[in-house]
Write a protein that binds this ligand. Structure first.
Ligand code: ADP
Ligand code: ZN
Length: 812
């Protein structure tokens, strides 16, 4: 009997199981877990992920895998339990989890194409085909096969697909699945090598060719790009040299370098006493495996230096390090600092890389040619086998939470992965999250402190300005108060830089009819549009809908839209008028939409070619600009009153972070914080940059209302195009949850809240309802939601989606 081998495969489909396939003998020697395979699935072919041996012969008929898609695994086998944990905890299919983890663009999937048959051609020629059928077939004259999705967009309209099916039955058309080409390939480069064989006299040896031979002989081998830099016409000249056996040309895989500027190597500074103490403490625990640390270090206390030393130690022990950083801080400086210290030993992962660059970085990690990864949230999936430490910088940052698809939190996953790998995890921040700090208070995390700035620079002095005093002032004085203006002037006179912060972009944020007062709203979302003066249009910040100017009132039709409310663009305008000689720049999502523009702006600030920088939270995070001495906060309470239990926490973090941008160089910094609620505890705590004070005020409130970290939550987001169906389905889901809750006796500490309509009831023309499942145990609420999903009472409703958000970050 022939010995057969069975393997487990995860496929990226919304299915809660893995599948068993047979491994054909021809591939037997080649496969390892972590590779992608092409498998038959129903009538299609799919990319799956090879998980490992399936130990026994399954009791059903299995199919063979068709192809092995990799020659090297994309992740190590010991990462599979981590993926399985994620799938379980976030209630998300395993194949989709792995797909999210891997760099994008790798997927191979079938596309259905239609071809015309000979019979079809005859039908077209003889006039047997009706007018619509003829119109469809006409399209095949120009091209061989046409994707069905393309056809449906043709002039015939949505009925084209049923028409095509009918024509398929008549034998006029054939539909077959062909493989879409892989989008992304590893980059290859030609290398020219010296060859030993005797020269062939038949090749004409021009001066240029001789030169090429000399260069190749001298260097032994050289890339074509390198050669072309010396002799621009080289690509045309080398082929005959190869044919004559003078050189060899090889295709080799190369790594694209995502870096622009060259980085000078640095010399590690002498540690401050506090930094040294922190490192000693972690070092002392070295053999204890997983330990979670909270590194609370004020802004400018030198946390990055600590991270670099910790990473270096892991590497010295022959292990690897993962360093997570919020994206914007990453591109501005963290990458540069790590690059200066570790050179080629790091890989970098963030969304500004092209798919090809990402793939290259990923392969470098897989092949073990780097030992440190620094990256944004998705870097937590880095395919390292032997992790020595995981570091999460600015651990409180909301960018660690992914808000679509697999809604994971990379900060939380860092802890899970650290535990599985038995390595320490360091969560660093100047403003630790309530969750992490509570864990430290409860003794679950070890606290590490950096209480003073490097070089003992003082923290900036913060002054509050009560905006109520200015509410009757006219024009820009209501917004840039005389007190703030005076400080800006003083700052400019000294030749320093000022940062003006407002967390709202655009020019006018509340356009409304001057006559009847009706606001100008998005056609697809329940929010008002924002006026963008530079782009001359109104834009929806949720769905991107754009309305050209001039706009008319949607209610009374009068063309008198007045632009109330203000964003960064208007602040920039005002400052231009007030300080005509100052050089201004603005940094927000609008001004940095193009690739590379954020980097350019940050460089301008660093090179001091701007005097005043206006910006949103992009500017508040993690940057180290020594010549900023003044920070102005235009309106500190903007995000304070949002209907979200974390509104206070977020506001505190943002204010403390933005204040921390001031006074990082030699000169002491100053912060002017304008606010309508100077007595609010959050404003007071941020004035003192005292997160312990903030925490002590915030924690009792969270506890009383049973909000995290004193409870666990899963939010179910129900949405769809038909408001009645959405509401009805939300009711059904809540009904099933309540029924399950009553039948299981242990679950009675769980509470189901809702369904309620979401705070923004409609986004992108989808109506939104929510249900909140709250309880003391993550496992129990997870179990309940799983039970609900499998309950026969939940029947799929067309066009209505249920998204599961475990540990939701924002409840809106
Ligand atoms: P944080 O991340 O805590 O806000 P940074 O890591 O940005 O602080 O450090 C602030 C500045 O201090 C940086 O310019 C950094 O190069 C410098 N620095 C850090 N550690 C030392 C040290 N031990 N000696 C001298 N300079 C240091
Ligand atoms: Zn919209």
């Amino acid at each position: 009997m022939i010995h057969k081998k069975y393997i487990d495969v995860a496929v990226p489909l919304p299915l809660d199981q893995t599948f068993v396939y047979e491994m054909p003998a021809r591939l037997e020697e080649l496969w390892t877990p972590g590779m992608r395979v092409l498998v038959p699935f129903g009538r299609k072919r799919l990319t799956g992920y090879l998980l490992g041996d399936h130990p026994d012969k399954p009791g059903f008929k299995t199919r063979e895998i068709l192809e092995l898609l990799d020659d090297h695994p994309l992740f190590p086998e010991n990462q599979i339990p981590f993926f399985e944990w994620i799938a379980q905890y976030y209630i998300h299919p395993l194949g989709e989890v792995i797909k999210t983890a891997l760099p994008g663009g790798l997927d191979r999937r079938d596309v259905s194409c239609a071809f015309m048959t000979e019979k079809g051609e005859r039908a077209l020629g003889s006039g047997e085909a009706g007018p619509d059928e003829a119109r469809v077939m006409e399209q095949f004259k120009a091209r061989e096969g046409i994707r069905l999705t393309r056809l449906s967009r043709s002039e015939i309209g949505p009925s084209v697909l049923s028409l095509v099916r009918k024509m398929e039955k008549k034998g006029w058309i054939e539909i077959s699945a062909i493989l879409k080409k892989e989008n992304v390939r590893a980059k290859q480069e030609k290398y020219i090598l010296c060859s030993n064989t005797e020269p062939d006299p038949s090749v004409r040896m021009s001066k240029k060719r001789r030169e090429i031979l000399n260069i190749v002989a001298e260097s032994g081998e050289i890339s074509l790009t390198g050669l072309r830099a010396k002799i621009p016409t080289a690509p045309k000249l080398i082929r005959p040299l190869e044919q004559a056996g003078l050189i060899k040309i090889e295709l080799r895989r190369v790594f694209r370098d995502p870096l622009g500027d060259p980085v000078e190597p640095d010399v590690p500074p002498e540690l401050t006493r506090e930094q040294a103490l922190v490192l000693e403490k972690v070092e002392a625990d070295r053999d204890k495996g997983f330990i979670p640390y909270v590194l609370a270090g004020v802004t400018g206390s030198g946390k990055t230096e600590v991270y670099m030393r910790l990473a270096a130690r892991a590497v010295e022990q022959g292990k690897t390090a993962i360093v997570l950083v919020p994206e914007i801080a990453l591109i501005s400086q963290t990458e540069r600092r790590f690059r200066a210290r570790f050179g080629e030993r790091i890989a970098v992962i963030h969304s500004m890389l092209s798919p090809g660059e990402r793939l290259d970085q990923w392969r470098k990690i897989c092949l073990g040619s780097v030992s440190i990864v620094i990256g944004a949230r998705s870097a937590i999936f880095s395919p390292f086998e032997n992790i020595g430490i995981i570091i999460v910088d600015e651990e409180h940052d909301s960018s660690y939470k992914q808000e679509t698809g697999l809604r994971y939190n990379a900060r939380d996953l860092a802890l899970v992965r650290g535990k599985m790998n038995g390595c320490p995890v360091v969560l660093g921040s100047a403003t630790p999250s309530v969750q992490s700090f509570q864990n430290a208070e409860a003794g679950r995390f070890v606290r590490l402190n950096l209480e003073s700035r490097v070089n003992s620079n003082p923290l900036p002095e913060i002054k509050l300005v009560d905006l109520k005093k200015y509410k009757d002032f006219r024009g820009s004085e209501r917004i840039i108060t005389p007190e703030l203006a005076k400080e800006i002037r003083a700052c400019l006179e000294k030749g320093n830089q000022a940062l003006i912060f407002l967390n709202r972009r655009g020019f006018a944020t509340f356009p409304a009819c001057n006559d009847c007062g009706t606001p100008l709203s998005c056609r697809f979302c329940d929010v008002t549009l924002t006026f963008h003066k530079g782009a001359s249009h109104y834009k929806c910040h949720l769905c991107g809908f754009i309305q050209k100017i001039p706009a008319v009132c949607p209610e009374c039709g009068k063309p008198e839209i007045r632009d109330f409310g203000f964003g960064t663009e208007k602040i920039e305008d005002m400052l231009k008028a007030m300080f005509p000689d100052a050089r201004l720049a603005r940094m927000d999502q609008d001004s940095t939409a193009r690739k590379g523009s954020a980097l350019k702006l940050l460089k301008k600030i660093r090179n001091r070619t701007v005097d005043i920088i206006v910006g949103t939270q992009m500017l508040a995070k993690g940057h180290d600009f020594p010549s900023i001495t003044l920070v102005g906060v235009v309106c500190a309470d903007l995000s304070l009153n949002l209907p979200d239990f974390r509104a206070g926490e977020r506001t505190f973090q943002l204010l403390a972070q933005v204040a921390g941008r001031a006074g990082r160089g030699r000169e002491p910094g100053k912060v002017i914080m304008q606010t309508y609620t100077p007595d609010h505890f959050i404003i007071e705590a941020s004035k003192r940059q005292d997160f312990v004070e903030f925490f002590n005020n915030e924690a009792p409130f969270r506890k009383a209302l049973e909000y995290p970290p004193f409870s666990r939550m899963i939010q179910l987001k129900i949405s769809g195009k038909d408001p009645k169906k959405v509401q009805a389905h939300a009711r059904t889901v809540a009904g099933v949850l309540n029924r399950l809750l009553q039948s299981g006796s242990k679950e009675n500490e769980i509470r189901i809240m809702g369904p309620i309509e979401a705070a923004i009831p409609r986004i992108s023309d989808r109506y939104r309802w929510q249900i909140l499942v709250k309880g003391g145990s993550a496992t129990r609420i997870n179990h309940l939601v799983r039970q609900m999903k499998e309950d026969p009472g939940i029947k799929p409703v067309k066009d209505v989606r249920i998204n599961v958000d475990v540990d939701p970050y924002s409840l809106m």
